[in-house]
Design a protein around this ligand. Sequence first.
Ligand SMILES: [Zn+2]
Length: 82
Amino acid sequence: MSLVQNIVRAVTSEKTFREMEEESLRWKLTCKECGFQTSIWEQGGIRYKASSIKKAMPGRCPQCGTKQLFPVEEEESRQPLS
Ligand SMILES: [Zn+2]
């Protein structure tokens, strides 16, 4: 985990922290160069009950190494299996 994630974990309950993880994992960053997809969580960030939508996040692609402003998109919610 990143430093930010460790700090947040220290000051929140286990349940809240899990909710943060789940929500952050739904927000995807896609590399404009190679198409590699990762999540805000995997990049060491946290997104939780945000009031405004952040459209881009600066970072480096783990696959091709390109520094860029990643477009941030929420993953479409999957249909629950019934
Ligand atoms: Zn890339």
